[in-house]
Design a protein. Structure first.
Length: 481
């Protein structure tokens, strides 16, 4: 990530301006500016206006300069959390949902033939072969089930499960217990261990078709096992695999007594843990999830399309919901409550892409509401909503920004609240399943991290300025696309 001093040096070079001439222009000593350019001193905030003027910065350049200036005062944990979340969403946006290049069709040997009399497997390669063998055998069962306490830092298992769920053919039920660090980060900062763990498993949550169930518990510190050579385990119908801390050694147990003992032990641990994820695909429950993730202070959402909920009246909602829907009255009531809240919240944040707006203008459909529930909007209604959005952004009633393509997956919506929870919602663009699904998280530090990421977007390099966004909306209305 560029530092303020590095970016300022880059601007000086691009604008072909010397340090001495800029120092004279903004009214500071040359040594003061030189120290700021070397990162040894912070310029006073009021000089940003002078820098923008004398360097003839574009709106985008000024926004970057102010963003880098603010980063000088951010806590290191907060900055790192933004980087982790940026990486998570970028990786999700880059997932390849096309057909796999190859598919495992059969095992050459079964577990009994492969393992023989061995119970100990040494070396990462041998351990990974064993894990893949056990997963494949379990997946062949109609009642396939996997229970594990292996931490998400085990990249092999995380990647293996993700790839198998992406195949969209398995329905294996997976339960995983994860240890979260109970310690509060210094100064109320983000707990990066917990955030990293969650970022590794969220893709599995979204791609599993609601078959992956993570649980978590708190410990006073991230566990370090001094005496147990196999502190982690995973259980299937046919065996138990106990794993070392670094995944380089495994113990294979196949007796019915051992399997039963570990299954019972896992259930006892799960009963004492908290469910990390709450899934639903029911339209009423999804509306409720949106409501539960909207705090009293405001509404915060990122999605490929803008959220026009600020402008939906009760009559508008009634006119566009399909009245032939089963449970129409309940859905209408829930939607009315939802948009009544959105019209009243003091802060309304919506982040979206230019391609998402163009798609809305083309077909009038909403990504987060299937056409089976909400009728496509007419061209006149589309233009009206776009003009209302542009006007609200310009007058400050809505914080609305177009974000750069590729920083957030086009098949996902996220709604955050610092206190009430985070909601991840697959949209009509999601290629792996029919209908919508919501994933809700309430763990406080995760809520704090994702909500902080959301609220930092307006001043970041990931979004366009409000002026650029409003002008783009107006231009699309004028062109009719």
């Amino acid at each position: 990530m560029l530092l303020f001093s590095e970016y300022l040096r880059e601007l000086l070079k691009n604008k072909q301006m010397s340090v001495s001439s800029l120092a004279r222009a903004i009214g500071v000593e040359r040594t003061q500016l030189s120290k700021a350019l070397s990162g040894h001193r912070v310029l006073p905030y009021h000089l940003l206006e002078e820098l923008a003027y004398y360097l003839r910065l574009t709106p985008g350049e000024e926004k970057k300069l102010r963003s880098y200036y603010d980063e000088q005062f951010e806590k290191e944990g907060t900055r790192r959390s933004y980087e982790l979340i940026d990486k998570l969403f970028h990786n999700l946006s880059c997932l390849d949902f096309s057909s796999p290049a190859f598919e495992e069709t059969r095992l050459l040997v079964n577990l009994e033939q492969y393992a023989g009399e061995r119970t100990i497997f040494l070396g990462e390669t041998n351990v990974q072969f064993l894990l893949r063998m056990v997963l494949s055998e379990e997946m062949s069962r109609p009642d396939a089930r996997l229970e594990l306490t292996v931490p998400p830092s085990d990249s092999f298992l995380v990647t293996e499960l993700l790839h198998r769920y992406m195949d969209d053919k398995i329905t294996m039920e997976i339960s995983q217990i994860i240890c979260f660090d109970a310690g509060f980060a210094q100064g109320g900062d983000i707990n990066l261990h917990n955030l990293e763990s969650f970022c590794r498993i969220l893709p599995i949550c979204l791609l599993s078709g609601q078959h992956y169930h993570p649980y978590y518990y708190y410990d006073s510190s991230v566990p370090i096992h001094y005496t147990d050579p196999f502190p982690y385990f995973m259980v299937t119908h046919s065996c138990v695999i106990c794993l070392s801390e670094d995944g380089s050694c495994a113990l294979l147990l196949r007796s019915p007594d051992a399997i039963f003992c570990y299954q019972r032990h896992f259930q006892s641990l799960a009963d004492k843990s908290h469910s990390l994820i709450q899934y639903t695909s029911d339209p009423l429950e999804i509306l409720s999830s949106y409501q539960k993730c909207t705090g009293e202070d405001g509404f915060y959402m990122v999605m490929d399309q803008p959220c026009f909920g600020r402008f939906y009246s009760e009559d508008f909602v009634r006119a566009h919901l399909r009245q032939e829907l089963p449970g129409f009255t309940q859905i209408l009531s829930a939607a009315t409550d939802r948009f009544t809240l959105l019209r009243a919240v003091p802060h309304f944040y919506t982040f979206f892409t230019e391609s998402g707006v163009r798609r809305f203008m083309t077909d009038g459909t909403l990504d987060d509401y299937p056409v089976e529930i909400v009728k496509p909007f007419s061209p006149q209604v589309r233009c009206l909503l776009m003009r209302q959005m542009s006007g609200a952004i310009q007058n400050g009633d809505i914080i609305g920004h177009i974000f750069n393509e590729g920083i957030f997956p086009d098949y996902l919506a996220m709604c955050t609240s610092a206190e009430k929870g985070i909601g991840f919602f697959t949209t009509r663009q999601f290629p792996l399943s029919d209908g919508l699904c919501s994933v809700r998280i309430r763990e406080p530090n995760l809520c704090f991290a994702f909500h902080g990421w959301m609220t930092h977007l307006p001043g970041s390099n990931l979004t366009w300025t409000a002026k650029e966004t409003a002008e783009t909306l107006d231009r699309l209305v004028e062109s009719g696309t």
